[in-house]
Write a protein that binds this ligand. Sequence first.
Ligand code: PHE
Length: 340
Amino acid sequence: MQEKLDAIRSAIGEGIGQTNTRKELFELKMKYLGKTGEISALSKGMRDVPAEERPAMGKLVSDVRAWAEAQFAEREEFLKRKEIEERYQNEKVDVTMPARFAETGTQHPVSLVKKEIIECFEGMGFEIYEGPEIEKDYYNFQALNIPADHPARDMQDTFFITGEYLLRSQTSSGQIRVMENKKPPIKILSPGRVYRSDSDATHSPMFHQMEGLVVDKGITLCDLKGILDEFARRLFTSETKTRLRPSYFPFTEPSVEVDLSCHNCGGKGCRICKGTGWIEILGAGMVNRRVLENCGIDPDEYTGFAFGMGLERIAMIKYGINDMRYLFENDVRLLKQFKD
Ligand code: PHE
């Protein structure tokens, strides 16, 4: 018996020394101390030992069991510490590694002017209307008094999708959509993307417009001038003035081109206003009778004015950007210069 126990002791001692993980250790422990393990088998075998020898033998076996348990516990402790150490080693942070930068964005200059203009007109009681970008020829042209083959179509080189559908070339289409659905008084501002087959330093195939429309009894060109004066003062400086020049749009009559006194030189003439003291900013006019009629509004009872401006152009004027393409390059070094 003693021999057997000695063999078990040395086998355990040797086996434990070779274990490298707690799982291996557990398996070894089960081999000796588990229910069907070798030491447990010896305990069970006590039954067959003659009664007088049993106490001495029993002690021998339980001594080995206690010794084995202590050995396993000790190794368990050792392996646990080893595992933790290895984990620390593997998960160590290299503080000398270059950090990853998270660039924060800023609002785009076009978004900034859009927000500012909306706030300005909302303050004057305008409601916001956004129409579809894929539009019918009818809303973009025909109802605006631009029939098929009308020469005024050349002013806007349009992307047609089918003969009937196109990418809207102006937010003026929103005028019709609103007037078809709402009876005067109407006072709306309509921002949105528009598309024209045009691309150079001052034109982009996609750009943003902001349309204004007011229809009610007794609206005159003076109301248009008053609203635009207020807009000019709010967006630029309190000294900014507006000037109306005769122009032509099929959907307004009379039509005007609106200039602002140069916010940079105050009208004396500089690089920004090309020496003229004035900067062209938008197109406008009194809503053409035909357009009102097309929408079922009686032009003898109601009159109105409309205006439309390009937001990229306004952003360029306001921030002194001389090439529209900068606005579409999304270079954060440029974008970061404009803050809310
Ligand atoms: N839609 C015109 C354009 O894109 C601008 C405009 C709008 C002119 C409203 C008059 C009235 O050029």
